[in-house]
Design a protein around this ligand. Structure first.
Ligand code: GUN
Length: 285
């Protein structure tokens, strides 16, 4: 018997229905939640992500605007545009798709967004709120991972979680969310010797590295929960995660849980972005 599947698509549909209901309630009071998505440059993957975000807004009854700029857009022009969106009452969330071209400082861009509209949860203020346990806008991907872990019904409190990856967007906020839920948290990264030794002790594994087969069957404990944040491609060009899915699913056994790629974290990331936009609109209602 293999581990049970954490179906990110099904969970995301359930949460999107709740988000749509909250958006409709706000719209009925004349405050339809609005998201502005900005793309600078012509990275094809970013263009797909941005399109999916805008489409998801329409499907859930949110207002959205998509602004696309040439790679050569000066940083000052982008900051000026952000100032205008900060002042726009129809816009409750602002997102600049990362990465931005090299001549633009991503930190300056993130800090130029009104913290109340920082639906990516990337600003220093949002990060500080998460670290301090204060309410605020949480980064969508790790927040979606928490919802997936909670959906299994297995309690997080007192369990040992191993996060692989230490990015500002996933690894670090993921560790803080798990800590806040009273897990014992280990963060592993590229300089961690003997990754296997850590993962073998984990009740919860979150893999956010961006490298195929980072987590293999010999590394996991039977009965553990494994969340795969990776988006990689195999030799055939097929989308795959950081986890050797079939073999790990087998090794986890019937008490274990595992999220697939695709159909796992991906749909949840956009869903939690919508949830953040509605939360931001509710906060100023
Ligand atoms: N690029 C890849 N993931 C993200 C994300 O969650 N937000 C933004 N703004 N850019 C990204």
């Amino acid at each position: 018997m293999t581990a049970q599947l954490i179906d990110g698509k099904a969970l995301s549909q359930k949460i999107r229905a709740e988000v749509a209901a909250r958006a409709a309630a706000l719209a009925a009071r004349g405050r339809r939640p609005g998201l502005a998505v900005i793309l600078v440059g012509d990275d094809p993957a970013s263009a797909v992500y941005v399109r999916n975000k805008v489409r998801a807004c329409a499907e859930s009854g949110l207002h959205s605007v998509m602004e696309k700029y040439d790679t050569a857009l000066p940083e000052a022009a982008l900051l000026e545009r952000l100032a205008a969106l900060n002042a726009d009452p129809a816009i409750h969330g602002i997102l600049v798709q990362m990465p931005v071209p090299r001549h633009i400082d991503p930190h300056r861009v993130i800090e130029a967004i009104d913290p109340l509209k920082d639906v990516d949860g990337f600003s220093v203020r949002s990060a500080g709120e998460l670290m301090s346990g204060l309410p605020g806008l949480r980064p969508a991907t790790p927040w979606g991972c928490m919802k997936m872990i909670e959906s299994t019904g297995v309690p997080v409190r007192g369990r040992h979680a191993v996060v692989i990856g230490r990015s500002n967007t996933v690894g670090k906020p993921m560790a803080l969310l798990l800590l806040q839920a009273s897990a014992t948290v280990t963060v592993c990264h590229s300089a961690t010797p003997e990754l296997k030794r850590h993962v073998q002790m984990a009740d919860i594994v979150v893999a956010a590295v961006g490298r195929r087969h980072t987590v293999t069957a010999d590394m996991v404990k039977r009965g553990a929960t494994v969340i795969d944040v990776g988006t990689n491609h195999d030799e055939a060009g097929k989308l795959c995660g950081d986890v050797d899915f079939a073999a790990v699913r087998e090794a986890l056994g019937p008490q274990g849980w595992i999220s697939p790629v695709p159909g796992g974290v991906g749909p949840m990331t956009i869903t939690m972005l919508l949830a953040n936009t509605v939360q931001a609109a509710e906060a100023c209602a």
